[in-house]
Write a protein that binds this ligand. Structure first.
Ligand SMILES: C[S@@+](CC[C@H](N)C(=O)[O-])C[C@H]1O[C@@H](n2cnc3c(N)ncnc32)[C@H](O)[C@@H]1O
Length: 283
């Protein structure tokens, strides 16, 4: 089998870290995601995964639980909208579209840097109603390639922290300007989470990569008042965290009153509806 060569810079290389996490999780019993496509993908890549010391059997369940959470929010949206558009921003090498396996009324778009999309195209098969868009999410280019009429879910897992705050705010405003109605679902780290993960990234990649700390849901609403928060929850107390080891669940109980620790990782969901359509309920 010809191996897929990867030449990615450090931000793009993080897509290999989360893919590797899913592959490790798939080999654990019990597995949270059971993502066999992730296992097959890493077998095809010419890359020394053993250098990704930050991803191991201890950390992989956290990465898998985060993906499970965004899979569940995606499935929930699609259960309500048979005809819908899903845009997965910063999709990296995540096989989410195969895990969620949307119905025929759904158009799905995965967006990432051209170098990452090039690797994606070599790892995964084509499927109907599925397209990849090679673009930075900070460029307006990708928006013009996605239809705007159907209810739209924008899902961005493991992306916002790599943006600068002003880039993130601009991205959200462009989404609300362009799409008529839908939901944006993403995760973020508070200021302490950004510091801790940057220390880990400094060790792993020799440089801190994270810029944007989101400490609460109001920051995004202040920057883009057309977004209305419908969910803001600590990653440690989200339903998918029930699959984490009991020691984590004990820790979560202990730190409930300590907000900086409780909110190291946060999951957000906002709805939007353009004034032009004034769609009831925002979706
Ligand atoms: C930690 S990985 C997460 C990948 C995937 N969402 C997952 O959970 O497996 C971060 C991803 O964001 C992408 N990314 C970061 N900044 C980006 C930007 N400005 N435009 C497009 N993609 C970006 C990286 O290339 C990488 O694939």
């Amino acid at each position: 089998m010809t191996q897929v060569k990867v030449r990615l810079d450090t931000v793009m290389e993080t897509a290999l870290v989360t893919l590797y996490g899913k592959a490790i999780d798939a080999r654990m019993t019990p597995s949270i995601l059971g993502d066999e496509m992730a296992v097959q993908a890493i077998e095809k890549i010419d890359y020394d995964f053993s250098r990704l010391k930050a991803m191991n059997r201890r950390v992989a369940p956290y990465a898998a639980a985060r993906s499970k959470h965004f899979d569940d929010w995606t499935s929930e949206f699609l259960a309500r909208h048979e005809r819908a558009t899903v845009v997965h921003l910063g999709a990296g090498l995540d096989p989410r579209v195969w895990r969620v396996n949307p119905g025929p009324g759904v158009s799905w778009y995965d967006v990432d840097y051209p170098e990452v999309i090039d690797v994606r195209g070599k790892l995964f098969p084509a499927r109907s109603n599925y397209r990849m868009i090679a673009s930075s999410v900070t460029s307006p280019d990708w928006l013009t390639q996605v239809p705007t009429e159907a209810p739209t879910l924008i899902v961005a897992e493991g992306l916002t922290m790599y943006l600068h705050p002003e880039q993130g705010h601009e991205l959200f405003s462009r989404i609300v300007d362009r799409f008529q109605h839908g939901v944006i679902a993403f995760d973020g780290h508070n200021w302490l989470g950004i510091r801790i993960v940057n220390i880990m990234l400094q060790r792993a990649f020799g440089t801190p990569l994270l810029h944007w700390a989101i400490n609460d849901q109001y920051e995004v609403e202040r920057a883009e008042p057309r977004l209305h928060c419908i969910d803001a929850l600590s990653a440690l107390s989200a339903p998918s965290a029930a699959a984490l080891p009991w020691s984590t669940r004990m820790f979560t109980r202990l730190i409930q009153p300590l907000r900086p620790l409780r909110d190291l990782g946060l999951y957000f969901r906002y709805q939007f509806s353009s004034a032009r359509t004034a769609h009831p309920g925002g979706e």
